[in-house]
Design a protein around this ligand. Sequence first.
Ligand SMILES: Cc1ncc(COP(=O)(O)O)c(C=O)c1O
Length: 380
Amino acid sequence: MTYGFDTVAIHAGQEPEARTGAVVPPIYQTSTYAQDEVGAPRAGYEYSRSANPTRDALQECLAAIEGGRVGLAFASGLAAEDTLLRTVCRPGDHVIIPDDAYGGTFRLFAKVAERWGLAWTAARISDVDAVRAAVQPGRTRMIWAETPTNPLLGIADIAGLAALARDVAARLVVDNTFASPYLQQPLALGADVVVHSTTKYLGGHSDVVGGALVTDDPELGAELAFHQNAMGAVNGPFDAWLTLRGIKTLGVRMERHCDNAERIVEFLDHHPAVRQVLYPGHRDHPGHETAAKQMRRFGGMVSFRAAGGAAEAVRICNRARLFVLAESLGGVESLIEHPGRMTHASAAGSPLEVPGDLVRLSVGIETVDDLLADLDQALG
Ligand SMILES: Cc1ncc(COP(=O)(O)O)c(C=O)c1O
């Protein structure tokens, strides 16, 4: 029998505990495990960097909700990304990254991986032909997509990029942080690996930092698991427990995030202080058709450009009250930020620099009328 998404999210990897019947997986806050004899650990666990039962429960759940065979949980989204790129790539290889992506992802490629010997090209990830043109035959090892992108909410055609990646023997990686597996399942569309900052919608309560990789390829999964242990950037037991707890309500939270975002988009569309609203649910969004094909709904992230320019965008952020002025996204509470000066400051002067008049909203699940009233006063 195959279960629906919410059933899987609540139960996968979380059988009642054998010894006590605890319905919720315990937090195994231990670094090490007793061995009955040398080389004979009692239940297969030796040391918590290598494996921990709470992390195992999360990893099984992550794999199940993304429809993959192997899930791995890391200390942060960037730790997951670093482990992935150093597993798949070798010095001298080339990767294609989006020309619109999370600033920290860009920084990892441009300031860390490049020094390690990895070449990169930033390409328009919403245009499969532009990505094809950026391929260096025999050298491009990985195509990295984010969809929707952070912060411009561009849409990549996952199936189209997967076909291209297969043609050129590269791996397609999809950062699914903005959509979450409830709205979009990249592995089913042909991606090789899904990346998450579980800090965001999966955790869902702005109380934990974590990352994940999921793949359906057992060989690649084993290599990634080897590197997870060898590089050591693992998710701790309490963080794994918080993330598991968050995932249980992912489906209901995402529905409400989408409901609220749609109402806010409608409001911003008609506001004179707003020059342009960026949301893939918009019929005139260039990626709308692709998004409608590959996403269940269009998500809780909304960006807009202030009619009054960059200084006014900053003032709007400063005036918000209920929308908390803060980095990050995907929690139950609404957040507002200025990407140019905050989350994407590290992309300044690069091909990924974002417009100064841009404001990004992470629309939470509060009463939507209260959110609308706050935006109304913040827009002035
Ligand atoms: C789309 C996306 N990917 C990856 C990351 C990095 O995740 P973390 O902050 O958990 O390292 C972020 C963080 O904001 C993000 O927005």
